[in-house]
Design a protein around this ligand. Structure first.
Ligand SMILES: Nc1nc2c(c(=O)[nH]1)N=C([C@H](O)[C@H](O)COP(=O)(O)OP(=O)(O)OP(=O)(O)O)CN2
Ligand SMILES: [Zn+2]
Length: 129
């Protein structure tokens, strides 16, 4: 079946430490996290901002995490304080969190993949079934 794949990339700056980590990552430090979100669907939909069925998902819905922490995003936050109970601040769990929050903001049939990198050399990919 024909389908569309949207891709958007953004960064946010946050501080974190990894709980009980034996090494420098256990101390508070910061990253410019780079995030890539891919959204795939064979259908087009309206969005929160547009009433016509002309988008897989609104790019604005895919880029929420880029917003300042005071506006609901992750930018300039301390991740250990803003991630909900049960999440640690590894790139794996940050990607999972962004995936789960983005899923709530897009139509049900849209498949997502979220890629998070803390450094240019290492990244994590997370996608649904
Ligand atoms: N599987 C994971 N391993 C590590 C994570 C992670 O999220 N998932 N995170 C860290 C730390 O956050 C750390 O800040 C990153 O450490 P490191 O990769 O050593 O970063 P460097 O900038 O020192 O890496 P370079 O090799 O110098 O680019 C650790 N592990
Ligand atoms: Zn780190």
């Amino acid at each position: 079946m024909p389908k569309w794949k949207l891709v958007t990339e953004f960064t946010f700056d946050s501080a974190h430490f990894i709980k009980d980590y034996d090494g420098s990552c256990g101390r508070m430090h910061g990253h410019t996290y780079k995030v890539r979100v891919e959204a795939t669907s064979s259908k087009l939909h309206p969005s929160q901002y547009c009433p016509h069925p002309i988008m897989v998902a609104d790019f604005r819905s895919l880029r929420w995490a880029k917003q300042d922490m005071t506006k609901g995003g992750l930018d300039h936050s301390v991740l250990n304080e803003v991630l909900p109970e049960g999440y640690e601040t590894t790139a794996e769990m940050i990607a999972q969190y962004i995936y789960e929050e983005t899923k709530k903001r897009v139509p049900d049939d849209v498949r997502l993949k979220v890629v998070v990198s803390e450094t240019p050399n290492s990244w994590v990919e997370y996608e649904g079934d």
